[in-house]
Design a protein. Structure first.
Length: 122
């Protein structure tokens, strides 16, 4: 079975073809390489774009509002601290419902104390 012009060694093709055919083959190969180069360049740009977006997400810099970004960054830091301390995500934590309510209540009570402390300083 004969090999096609894309998998055969170039020396074999050169022996069988005249100059015009060789020029057509080289032009075709060159255009295929240019298409591949263009696709590689497009993919490299896409990788850089995705990497920049991931870096923004990791640092919390994902909105046009710097205040929102500060809060997101703090949430990311708090999440990482929680994972270090507890080793489980909120989603995977199967604590009973009543325990979640108690924790929320305690957090709310702390929040009121912090607000009261702030008001006393004025």
């Amino acid at each position: 079975m004969a090999k096609d012009n894309f998998t055969r060694p170039l020396e074999d093709i050169y022996r069988e073809k005249d100059k015009e055919e060789l020029i057509r083959i080289l032009i075709l190969k060159n255009s295929q390489l240019l298409i591949q180069d263009g696709e590689i360049e497009r993919l490299n740009k896409l990788v850089k774009f995705v990497q920049s977006k991931l870096n923004q997400a990791i640092t919390g810099d994902i909105t046009s509002d710097p205040i929102v970004n500060q809060v997101i960054a703090k949430h990311i830091i708090r999440h990482n601290q929680g994972m270090t301390s507890f080793g489980i995500t909120l989603k995977d934590n199967n604590k009973p419902f009543k325990e979640w309510v108690k924790e929320a209540q305690q957090e709310s009570m702390d929040q009121i104390l912090y607000l009261e402390k702030t008001l006393d300083k004025q």
